[in-house]
Ligand binder design. Sequence first.
Ligand SMILES: [Zn+2]
Length: 279
Amino acid sequence: MRIHHLNCGTMRPMGGRLVNGGGSLLGFARMVCHCLLIESEQGLVLVDTGLGVADTTTHVEQLERNWLRLARPVLDVAETAAAHVERLGYRTEDVRHIVLTHLDRDHAGGLPDFPQAQVHVHDVEYQAMLDSPERARYLGHQWQHGPQWNIHGSAGGERWFGFEAVRDLPGMPPEILLVPLPGHTRGHTGVAVRQVDGRWLLHAGDAYFFHSEMADRAHCSPGLRLFQNLVQVDGTLRRRNQARLHDLVTAHRDQIEVFCAHDPVELARYQASEYTVDA
Ligand SMILES: [Zn+2]
């Protein structure tokens, strides 16, 4: 399996160093939407989709004014997952499966660009989108085209380094697991991918936001600490899962690499050795 690390949506929120932990104090920070494109024997698998073609071109206003003001997305269609897939020499129809950490707009926006893909999401997240007090955070037009949902519950899940994990996503390579990490949203999950060398790569979605949160001495920038508190559904659960994640990574650095969705430092670490896009 070959794994590409993609940025499917740059954001430039206010806050400079208070967000990124470095650079100028004033001015704009930089955040990314870190997605994976996996070349597997079962076809292409996309882990998270970032913002989509409609989000960045014809339907920008549907991302909603408050979010646009806060996140300040660059809205470059060349950063969409569809554009990355084509630059890599594939067609969008070659993407057979999409695995989502959760259904927030900056993770599910690319769904309409891959209408033929099987879309895998945790049952609790899917139900929260249908009916929960916070369902307004989700943008229904991103799945108006009727994706082929594959909803996965935790029943029968196995243990993975002490975490409950959903295995056997139908039709998917067995090396890909859903690892529930709720708190940011009700059904938020990480996505673990076993690499050819046997080591695991864990896409932690929005379970944390700042690379140093996974360092031996965990630390978060003040801007991102505030932001995580503002957008969480359950703070106690989120902090508990973030602490579990930190313990996991600290204890198993030789076996597990973790990254989150929006940290540009982590993305650069992978892109330096692999595939670099015009960012
Ligand atoms: Zn996010």
